[in-house]
Ligand binder design. Structure first.
Ligand SMILES: C[S@@+](CC[C@H](N)C(=O)[O-])C[C@H]1O[C@@H](n2cnc3c(N)ncnc32)[C@H](O)[C@@H]1O
Ligand SMILES: Nc1nc2[nH]cc(C(=O)O)c2c(=O)[nH]1
Ligand code: SF4
Ligand SMILES: [Mg+2]
Length: 210
């Protein structure tokens, strides 16, 4: 249990349950191949059975960390920071993103969109999940839509989500890692037949980097 004082700071978004931070190459989606500093915030109740960071789900396992501390570390590295999780929109992202913007950083988010949008973002990657669908605020602001393909039905889900996202969003299909041998060839064929979509791979996993 957090003390009342710390809980208040977390509620304001002045402290956040930080799981890990690392400097790496963005592995997925539109910005694949570019250097970025990742901040992974704990806490997610969406429950994707194939999630590759289940250790992030329980926020209580990750120490509430002041955003000043988080921001001080970031600016030593690249000019782009990616906030991910867990589900970062479980928390109020306003204070964190405004501090990052004060440092002239480009601020990106990886989100399921399951909670209303908070914060100011240069790039929003929306990866919608069937279990807990995105809120309208995220559909309308997303810059890219990245749908994970774990089985054939996910192509139908992808088309439904493409109808709901704003029409400027760039559309990606990404194989679920444990099914990649089966799904990647289907994605390749699908994108050739439906060229409004692009392929996204988890390239960091092929490169053996974080
Ligand atoms: C771990 S999530 C954290 C951010 C947010 N909760 C979300 O789902 O967008 C980061 C990205 O990894 C993707 N992802 C998670 N597990 C995956 C897997 N097994 N295979 C492919 N992509 C995966 C998610 O869809 C999301 O785009
Ligand atoms: N290199 C690298 N790129 C990523 N893009 C999105 C990631 C995430 O977990 O949100 C991720 C990640 O964990 N590592
Ligand atoms: S929404 Fe993101 S962090 Fe949460 S379970 Fe799904 S993939 Fe994992
Ligand atoms: Mg990842």
């Amino acid at each position: 249990m957090l003390s009342k004082e710390i809980q208040l700071e977390v509620n304001k978004g002045a402290m956040l349950p930080l799981m890990e931070e690392f400097y790496t190459i963005q592995g997925e989606g539109f910005h694949t191949g570019t250097a970025a500093y990742f901040i992974r915030i704990g806490g997610c109740d969406v429950g994707c059975h194939w999630c590759d960071v289940k250790e992030s789900w329980n926020a209580e396992l990750h120490p509430p960390t002041s955003i000043d501390h988080i921001v001080d570390n970031v600016s030593k590295y690249a000019d782009t920071v990616v906030v991910t999780g867990g589900e970062p929109l479980s928390w109020d992202m306003s204070l964190l993103t405004s501090r990052l913007k004060d440092k002239n950083l480009k601020v990106h988010i990886e989100t399921s969109g399951a909670y209303p949008l908070s914060g100011t973002w240069d790039w929003i990657c929306l990866s919608p999940k069937k279990n807990k669908l995105p809120t309208e605020t995220v559909y309308s602001a997303a810059h890219e839509l990245k749908v994970i393909i774990h089985n054939k039905h996910d192509f139908i889900f992808a088309e439904e989500q493409a109808e709901l996202v704003n029409d400027k969003a760039i559309l990606f299909l990404q194989p679920e890692w444990s099914k990649k041998e089966e799904m990647t060839p289907l994605i390749v064929e699908y994108v050739m037949n439906n060229p409004k979509w692009r392929v996204s791979l988890q390239t960091h996993k092929y490169l053996n980097i974080p």
